[in-house]
Design a protein around this ligand. Sequence first.
Ligand code: FAD
Length: 345
Amino acid sequence: ARASLLNRVLARSYATAASPHALVFLEHRQGDLDSASLSALTAASQLGGQVTGLVVGSPEEVPSVVEKAKKLNGLTTLLHSASPQYSTLLPETVSPLLEKLLSQNSPFTHVVSAHSSSAKSILPRVAAKLDVPAVSDITSLEHDAASGSTTFTRPIYAGNAISTVRASSSIPIKFFTVRSTAFAAAGAGDAVESEVKALDSVEVSDAPTEHISTSLTKSDRPDLGVASRVVSGGRALKNAETFQSTLYPLADALGAAVGASRAAVDAGYADNSLQVGQTGKVVAPELYMALGISGAIQHLAGMKDSKLIVAVNKDPDAPIFQVADVGLVADLFEVVPEMVEKLKQ
Ligand code: FAD
């Protein structure tokens, strides 16, 4: 069955190698499209062909998300599938839907998503079932329409090297996930509406996993992943109390999200949802302030693409100053309250 599936996929894609058609997996939360998925849509549009969106979710969520998604710039068609089993995006329940969609003489040459925790589990699983590779966390792409190959770049070794990967024309469907900070979010407009089609869900009765619960960290501050300004604190902040009393007034004065180094998270100063770096979030805001953070490569991996980096550190040799645009050698407990006062004025 797998061989015949692959043959069908191969036969179809050789016929369409010159005209890419991307399927973008559009994730959403509480009725709104995730901004990382909008970046994935921008990346898909750069392939230079048609782009179809796919919205999967519970029957309660899907209709309102479809209303928003069909107005997205760059989408030609919008597919959606609703089922109670899709209320959480478990790879075991969602991937059979994608497999079916990609194996029924579908026109897709690329499958694209944000590099999100759900999609990171779903896309490689489907790719493996179809016996094709998946390229993850790409930061740029170029599609050669003549040969049908697509070339990607992706950071490796915590962002210290960039690897260039070519998915050749012999790969019938090219799967890739997108680093959202490398692509602007696609916008929406009322001028064009994509064609909307409903897909039957593929019910999975014997899923080996079950979603028990989700604990979301609630905050009134801007979301770290998409904020245009981020104020981050490190081990120097001493404890959770001083972390809050020192950093939060500055973040509030700037309308910024709060971030933290892993040392600060591990020491319990900040929630781990705030960790920036290789094993935390990757951010690229307009302004990133690193306060009492030494600038280990694993931290830099998560913030060095920020547009303006401001660092405050007591140690003039701290590595953070090598990436900082503005550096202040000072005790943060003296200068941060001063900055807050000045901003308030
Ligand atoms: P430190 O390195 O201890 O730096 C504290 C800094 O504060 C020093 O530079 C000091 O001069 C300065 N300072 C002290 N007092 C003051 C003061 N009063 N005023 C001003 N400056 C002051 N780290 C991450 O951040 N994110 C990750 O995702 C991550 N992933 C990792 C993954 C792996 C596999 C490994 C091995 C490590 C990872 N790390 C990560 C840890 C990383 O290597 C560093 O240990 C960590 O980033 C250090 O945090 P820090 O800069 O807050 O602490």
